[in-house]
Design a protein around this ligand. Sequence first.
Ligand SMILES: Cc1cc2nc3c(=O)[nH]c(=O)nc-3n(C[C@H](O)[C@H](O)[C@H](O)COP(=O)(O)OP(=O)(O)OC[C@H]3O[C@@H](n4cnc5c(N)ncnc54)[C@H](O)[C@@H]3O)c2cc1C
Length: 425
Amino acid sequence: MAEGRKRVVIIGGGLGGMYAAAKLKHAPVDIVVIDKANHQLYQAMMYQVAVGILSPGQVAPSLRSMLRHQRNARVVLGTVVRIRPDTRDIVLARPDGPEECFEYDTLIFAPGVRTDYFGHDEYARSVATLKTIDDAVWLRSRILSSLEIAELEDDPEQVEKWTTFAIVGAGPTGVEMAGAIAQLTRSVVHRDFRKFDPARTRIVLIDAAPYVLGPFDPHLRDEALKALRDHGIEVMLNTRVTGVTSGAVEVLAEDGATHVIEAKTVLWAAGMRSTAIADDLAAATDARTDRYGRLYVDEHCRLPGHPEIFVIGDAANQVDLPMVAQPAMQEGKHVGKVILAELGMGKAPGPFKYFNKGSMAQIGRGNAVADAFGLVKLHGFPGSVLWAILHAWYVEGFFAKLEVTGRWLYSLVAVNRRERVITVK
Ligand SMILES: Cc1cc2nc3c(=O)[nH]c(=O)nc-3n(C[C@H](O)[C@H](O)[C@H](O)COP(=O)(O)OP(=O)(O)OC[C@H]3O[C@@H](n4cnc5c(N)ncnc54)[C@H](O)[C@@H]3O)c2cc1C
């Protein structure tokens, strides 16, 4: 570290944190990117890992390789456990146990969010989630193992339980997972088992809202619902989860009746809330938070009263923007520009302005709903092509882009997948 240079600590090497780091590539600052994982994660493509289309490494590039050519930045692996705004330092727990302290002049806080069980943290013991690469790998193993166990079972009731997948939450994650499990069981592994028919796998998608894909255009929501039902997915709308155990979900359906869905695999794709470290920062700075625990920030993503702390991405409430990738990336860039201007490198940017590039969700093979820039609304195969182009675009590295595009094309025509490895201990 050079004497007298500004020290920029970035907590979280996700989309927001890494866009900020990249913007500061040529700045005379010393950057430390701290993350509890050694990789960035394209969460939007994780469901493809969970059903064996992509391998983990294809959606989780290493942070070190991403910053290989950025000489002013270093990566530190560890979990930030305390932020001390008064002394302008943070404490992290190293993977091997000891704690270490890092001082900052500027802090960019981008830790993302965690799963919310809406006051029922006990559900965490019984459900699968899709938030980390470990979750995706575990889920892949769970789906494939369930089919193997069904093949071993003689009792039809047990077969039914092992081949029922209940998904709570019909946002993009729930919809994409439902479509992907349908594709896997109905047109990839459908001829591989002898004692039961994987194509009869039951997939139940549950949401309290009256529609799927809440943030999408109503026409695209309807198209998505139709596509899900065409795939044989049971979509239960206006339906609230009232209990989860390992092996069953209890719901209160729109007809007022209580139903129990017996499913050995329950995926919770329903909600997000602030991380523990964000809650700590809010408490340490008396910051105002929204109902998800996100910290309110000013027009330059600064924490009010703390001009040295920027909060970006899912952890921030910047004019109520949704917790999706584009705000995180654009805020990361914006904060980079603000810091450059402070260093006399470029003019100060105006207040942060969000440019909505749209939203999309893939529903099974070659079928997606896509809204690009609010101008182009596509569904079916054209939507899927747009989905593939845009998702490959954001993947890090030229060869990774080619690989991801190739796998998508392969998944359109292939009747097999390579990422089907599970082992029994
Ligand atoms: C399954 C899924 C699918 C999604 N699909 C889409 C989609 O299709 N389109 C879309 O636009 N958005 C999608 N999103 C949302 C999108 O991925 C996020 O909005 C985006 O990643 C937010 O970026 P971020 O930088 O705020 O946080 P993240 O990208 O989540 O990065 C946060 C980083 O902080 C690290 N971290 C957290 N706490 C600590 C700590 N205490 N110490 C050290 N490191 C820490 C984490 O390890 C992580 O690397 C999806 C999200 C999920 C979970």
